[in-house]
Design a binder for this molecule. Structure first.
Ligand SMILES: Nc1ncnc2c1ncn2[C@@H]1O[C@H](COP(=O)(O)OP(=O)(O)OP(=O)(O)O)[C@@H](O)[C@H]1O
Ligand SMILES: [Mg+2]
Length: 335
């Protein structure tokens, strides 16, 4: 089946398989599901394997991908016929951005959801820095283990110094990288949000990196509790509009608009930096939005590149899509 470039609308009744279709496009282009880490959930119940094959273009160049899932083997992926070391390697080759209602957690969830979002965006915008959040988390984990050994009297506190230095070093890199990501995202985020009626939308990040001196100053407390009590693993990133924190004071629709504005800002940055727009997958993005906002949003997403949007009916989209797909259980048809 050939999907049109531009805006593709996928309609179907509840439970017909729209989300399944989007999820398969995500697994097929990124090597993982935005919903689950378990392959058995992705394979049809009663089967032991599944396969996704896609072909398309990356900018002007044709590209083909095949991802194989099996109940008892690791995922396998091929890009243009060549086997990849791991399916997740697809992430560094192709970019797909997804909105699902779960992603509202970026605005309404706790600070960890926003940190994770900014760190994943860091990996997409600066692939060479993708290792920083992972290395920092490892350093904090190792320092915490060392703190607990000291508190149990199994090690001398001198052993902590190298871990403290690493946490300070990687913490400074992570804080600076998050600042860079936020600085890059902010202008587009503010513009897209403004278009959608969220005034003066701002990403607030005021964190200071953990210095060795600051970490040592609180060493007694950290040893007592067995955890590193300062650093970017505890940072808060605020999403505000007209000085209101949208986590607490945003309406459902405003929280959704903020997440979609972030996604659009990132899509535009990726298109600019990689010279290829990402594939956008928007599951149930339009519910809770008034007609005016649905119209502005559909015009904007239609301009980014290829976007696949789901809704239960065609009335969700106030303009004609480039292509309309109808999903019934087990079938997708071009309408
Ligand atoms: N691994 C699986 N094997 C078989 N069926 C599954 C599997 N995973 C999900 N399903 C079923 O597929 C059906 C379609 O689900 P899907 O979430 O894609 O529907 P949808 O069209 O997005 O519905 P809605 O409009 O409610 O969001 C559901 O009934 C679900 O239980
Ligand atoms: Mg669905």
């Amino acid at each position: 089946m050939a999907l049109a470039p531009g805006l593709v609308l996928v309609t179907g009744a509840n439970g017909s398989g729209k989300t399944n279709l989007l999820e398969s496009l995500h697994v097929g282009t990124q090597g993982f599901s935005p919903r689950t880490r378990s392959d058995t959930q992705l394979i049809r119940q009663g089967s032991t394997a599944a396969r996704i094959e896609l072909s398309g273009t990356r900018g002007p160049t044709p590209v083909s991908v095949a991802v194989g899932l099996s109940a008892d083997e690791p995922r396998r992926a091929r890009l243009d016929g060549a086997a990849l070391r791991s399916a997740e390697q697809l992430r560094s080759e192709l970019v797909t951005l997804v909105f699902t209602p779960d992603r509202l957690a970026i605005v309404k969830g706790g600070p960890a959801a926003r940190r994770a979002y900014i760190d994943r965006t860091l990996a997409r915008l600066y692939p060479a820095r993708a290792h920083i959040p992972i290395d920092y988390a490892t350093a904090v984990g190792q320092r915490n283990a060392a703190l607990r050994r000291v508190s149990l009297g199994l090690s001398h506190r001198d052993v902590l110094a190298p871990w403290t230095a690493q946490v300070a070093d990687l913490g400074a890199m992570l804080t600076a990288s998050r600042r860079d990501v936020i600085e890059l995202l902010q202008p587009g985020f503010g513009e897209r949000a403004d278009e959608l009626g969220l005034e003066d939308a701002l990403l607030g990040y005021a964190a200071e990196p953990p210095t060795i001196a600051a970490l040592e100053k609180r060493l007694d407390r950290d040893i007592e509790r067995g955890i590193t009590g300062i650093g970017p693993h505890l940072d808060e990133i605020a999403v505000r509009s007209s000085e209101r924190d949208l986590r607490t004071f945003g309406s459902q629709g405003e929280q959704r608009l903020a997440v979609l504005s972030l996604l659009l800002a990132e899509a535009e940055l990726i298109a600019l930096r990689r010279r290829v727009p990402p594939l956008l997958l928007l599951d149930d993005a339009f519910s809770e939005l008034d007609e005016n906002r649905r119209r502005i949003l559909s015009e904007r997403i239609g301009a980014v590149g290829q976007t696949i949007v789901t809704a239960t009916g065609t009335e969700a989209l106030p303009l004609a899509p480039a292509q309309l797909l109808r999903v019934t259980p087990g079938r997708v048809e071009i309408s």
